[in-house]
Design a protein around this ligand. Structure first.
Ligand code: GLA
Length: 402
């Protein structure tokens, strides 16, 4: 009888022979063992939280930036709130592999190497993430991709003590992403270190339908921009795929822009709220070493983080939208419900949520907690709730039935 890995290899071989072949559900199911192994190791049971270098620094990164960011995660209290992954994005490696074909850290910017960086981050109680690509080069074109080197690179990452791999989709051979991402997923499984596998395929081939069998999160859209229209359009696309998410497998609407300066505080608060209820990975994308008090107040809102990290792991969805006035809701553990009243319009307006539309009996009394104000709106509300919401702002409530 063939093992899961053996049958996977056969599939890969057949796929190489017949490049257009699609992987069927049974092949992918065989691989679920890896996701189960990760879950059993506690990886991605709730949406991953941490920091990633790309949104703020792009290719301007070095080991000093990464180390001082790890320090800042601890000193700001963000680490204690759950932001534990310190993720290096593109541009960390030399343009060429060494004579043995190994990836090597760029000596001008990461002179101590990635293993030393992982050790440093681990001593702080944090975890290290790295980036590669299911193609011949990464999107920046400054370093090699892992296509054809999957096992070698997965072994390298495991030996360095890496805990998270973001795997991108640029400059490949034209084969289907399922095939190329499966190869790295198997390689990580063989490398025997629980490495969270973050699939970055930009939602092109509906990854929600297959990526949960290969890894722990998948991008549902193209790259986020530090702009309001980017946040609203990404939220709408990510919303479509809600039912595919759950513990171990999350839709990824891309990293946070909170604190990067392109939006107002209300807009950042809405961005953070919607990402939290959509059970998105909460990966900070600003320079936290110089983050303002207001930025930190958003990122450190424990009540919002608790919603994101709720053990039920169900993605909230948009229930209603009219003239830019929206109601989003989703179930939480202990029969609670999270509600976001989101005003995307340009004018202050009332938004109402009725109990029936969120699955409660109209006469059910609920305790309403405002998780931005950190106060109770009421200990007993029935039928419906209305709030006046400022333009581009939102109200976020946790309802507890009594
Ligand atoms: C792609 C990804 C981004 C980032 C860049 C790096 O565009 O979607 O998140 O990783 O590549 O080059």
């Amino acid at each position: 009888m063939m093992t899961g890995i053996g049958s996977g290899l056969l599939v890969l071989f057949l796929c190489v022979v017949k490049t257009a072949c699609a992987l069927n559900a049974s092949h992918l199911r065989g691989h679920e063992d890896y996701v189960q192994f990760l879950l059993a190791s506690g990886v991605a049971r709730t949406p991953p939280m941490g920091w990633n270098s790309w949104n703020h620094f792009q290719c301007g990164i070095d080991e000093w930036t990464v180390k001082s960011t790890a320090d800042a995660l601890v000193s700001t209290g963000l680490a204690a709130l759950g932001y534990k992954y310190v993720n290096i994005d593109d541009c960390w490696a030399e343009r060429n592999r060494d004579q043995m074909g190994n990836l090597r850290a760029k000596s001008s910017t990461f002179p101590s190497g990635i293993k030393a960086l992982a050790n440093y981050v681990h001593t702080k109680g944090l975890k290290l993430g790295i980036y590669s690509d299911a193609g011949y080069s990464t999107c920046s074109k400054t370093m090699p991709g892992s296509l054809g080197h999957e096992d070698q690179d997965a072994r390298t990452f495991a030996a360095w003590g890496v805990d998270y791999l973001k795997y991108d989709n640029c400059y490949h051979d034209g084969s289907i992403p399922q095939q190329r991402f499966l190869r790295m997923s198997y390689a990580l499984q063989r490398a025997k270190r629980p490495i969270l596998f973050s699939i970055c395929e930009w939602g092109e081939e509906n990854p929600a339908k297959w990526a949960g069998q290969l890894g722990n999160s998948w991008r549902t859209t193209g790259d986020i921009k530090d702009r309001w229209d980017s946040v609203t359009s990404i939220a709408d696309i990510n919303n479509i795929w809600g039912r595919f998410a759950g513990p171990g497998r999350w839709n990824d609407p891309d990293m946070l822009e909170v604190g990067n300066g392109g939006m107002t505080l209300e807009e950042y608060r809405s961005h953070f709220s919607i990402w939290a209820v959509m059970k998105a990975p909460l990966l900070i994308g600003c320079d936290i070493r110089s983050a303002s008090r207001e930025t930190l107040a958003i990122l450190r809102n424990k009540e919002v983080i608790d919603v994101n990290q709720d053990p039920l792991g169900v993605q909230a969805r948009k229930l209603r939208s009219k003239a830019g006035l929206e109601v989003w809701a989703g179930p939480l553990s202990r029969r609670r419900v999270v509600i976001v009243l989101w005003n995307r319009s340009g004018v202050r307006a009332p938004i109402t949520v009725g109990w029936r539309e969120i699955g409660l009996s109209p006469s059910q009394a609920v305790i309403v907690r405002d998780v931005w104000k950190h106060s109770f709106v009421s200990k007993s509300v029935r039928f419906h709730l209305t709030a006046l919401v400022a333009p581009h702002a939102c109200k976020m409530y946790v309802f507890t039935p009594v």
